[in-house]
Design a protein around this ligand. Structure first.
Ligand code: S3P
Ligand code: PEP
Length: 441
């Protein structure tokens, strides 16, 4: 079992870049794997989650090759030759590991194929609700079933000639949206969704990048016209703002810290964390270095540490910061005043119940926090102390509490942190620099 042992460290300094964006990397493998021709992907996130998606695409006929000189176990440059929308039936179960994104997006593609496939995952993924994607793909004409009332994995999909639908999402989820739109690629006519709040739009941008027009109305509607042909395209994946989040919070909350994170994705459907930190009083400067021509905006973020002030996070903003809430809760505990997180019940169905995990760990470190059904209230200002913590096999919990441990008095041990590799391989070496008082990168 791999643990992280953390002690109080100096405020972070230096310049770093972070590995590729997880959401964009999943989609790059799926789109390139379906396209006609060969695409080159740079900056691919070679994490366990995204490698599952790349292997799944190989299982249905795409050729995925690491570029020369790349570590074959964790390649960040890939050459993918797609199947031109003619998928092969997989010879075995498709293993999605720990990844909700892999399972829910691949299910959309598989719903439209004339064969049966089975999607499996690890213990955490096998506890997460899949009814949210089974319902729309059944409406589109596929047969799909999971286990029990919550329709959990293993998921069996007997694909079919699916037909287009208009689907109103019951929750703000980019995974459900993407599942329906990916199935819609194979349908005759217009497939549309309505989302109750804006969610990350990487799938829409990727459609456009691969030559498929997307209709949006700015009020929640997204539609494509099928059937679709994708032409191979090269992709440069920006750094993942959800991984940068840990260092951004470590820097923003500590007077004396100074950090630049270079080459980070700045898609406005993902930059809510910067808005929240600024609302808390953080000193953050953003420089856009490349624009929407590449499909996804990217740039540098410079942070100068200060004592911050608590804020409320709620409503439509929650979808934008959904993966950053654990570390934003830590930011709240390190700030003056009250931080409140509302409308975030979706956190209960992530890799673990993130509301309960954050509350438990903050309490163990001496913070004053109250759990609510859809969030929590954190009364900041207390000096955190070290503790022995579980991360509940959840990468975001492990990394968020590594940041908390760096400010706490005494030693913090986070147990069983192998899950960090699902989104941020290399996190521990950056953390090692921070703990040694050296520049992060
Ligand atoms: O579409 C995506 O790439 C993701 C969407 C979000 O999940 P939901 O769609 O369940 O909100 C997010 O939490 C996940 O890390 C990645
Ligand atoms: C929720 C996450 O991912 P997924 O849903 O893909 O497992 C995450 O990375 O925080």
């Amino acid at each position: 079992m791999k643990n992280l042992t953390i002690h109080q460290a100096d405020p972070v300094q230096g310049e770093i870049s972070v590995p590729g964006d997880k959401s964009i990397s999943h989609r790059s493998a799926i789109f390139a794997g379906l396209a006609n021709g060969t695409s080159h992907i740079e900056g691919f996130l070679a994490s366990d989650d995204c490698l599952c998606t790349a292997r799944a695409m190989e299982g249905i006929g795409a050729t995925v090759t690491p570029a020369e000189g790349e570590d074959p176990q964790r390649p960040t440059k890939l050459t993918i030759t797609g199947v031109g929308m003619n998928l092969q039936a997989p010879q075995s179960e498709i293993d999605c590991g720990n990844s909700g994104t892999a399972m829910r997006l691949l299910a959309g593609v598989l719903a439209a194929q004339p064969f049966e496939s089975t999607l499996v995952g690890d213990a955490s993924l096998s506890g997460r609700p899949m009814g949210r994607i089974i319902t729309p793909i059944q409406l589109m004409g596929a047969e799909a079933e999971g286990v029990g009332e919550r329709q959990t994995a293993p998921l069996t999909i007997r694909g079919n000639e699916v037909h287009s639908v208009h689907y109103t999402l019951p929750m703000a989820s980019a995974q459900v949206k993407s599942c329906v739109l990916l199935a819609g690629m194979f349908c005759e006519g217009r497939t549309s969704i309505h989302q109750p709040a804006e969610t990350r739009d990487h799938t829409e941008r990727m459609f456009v990048h691969f030559g498929v027009p997307v209709e949006t109305d700015g009020k929640g509607l997204v539609a494509i016209e099928g059937p679709v042909k994708l032409d191979a395209r090269d992709i440069t994946v920006p750094g993942d703002i959800s991984s940068a989040a840990f260092w951004l919070v470590a820097a923003a909350t500590r007077p004396g810290a100074k950090l630049i994170v270079r080459g980070v994705g700045l898609n406005p459907t993902r930059t809510g964390i910067l808005d929240v930190l600024k609302r808390m009083g953080a000193d953050i400067k953003i420089t856009v270095t490349s624009g929407p021509d590449d499909g996804e905006p990217m740039g540098d973020i410079e942070v100068t540490g200060k004592k911050l002030q608590g804020v409320v996070m709620e409503g439509d903003e929650i979808a934008n910061i959904i993966d950053e809430i654990p570390v934003l809760a830590v930011a709240g505990a390190l700030s003056n005043g009250v931080t409140e997180i509302r409308d975030a019940a979706e956190l209960r169905v992530k890799e673990t119940d993130r509301i309960s995990a954050v509350v438990k760990n903050l309490k163990a470190m001496g913070a004053d926090v109250t759990e609510r059904d859809s969030g929590m209230v954190i009364r900041g200002g207390a000096l955190l102390h070290g503790a022995e913590l579980e991360c509940f096999h959840d990468h975001r919990i492990a990394m968020a509490f590594a940041v908390a441990g760096m400010t706490a008095k005494g030693e913090t041990v986070i147990k069983d942190v192998a899950c960090i590799d699902t989104s941020y391989p290399g996190f521990d070496s950056v953390l090692g620099n921070a703990l040694a008082g050296e520049p992060l990168g």
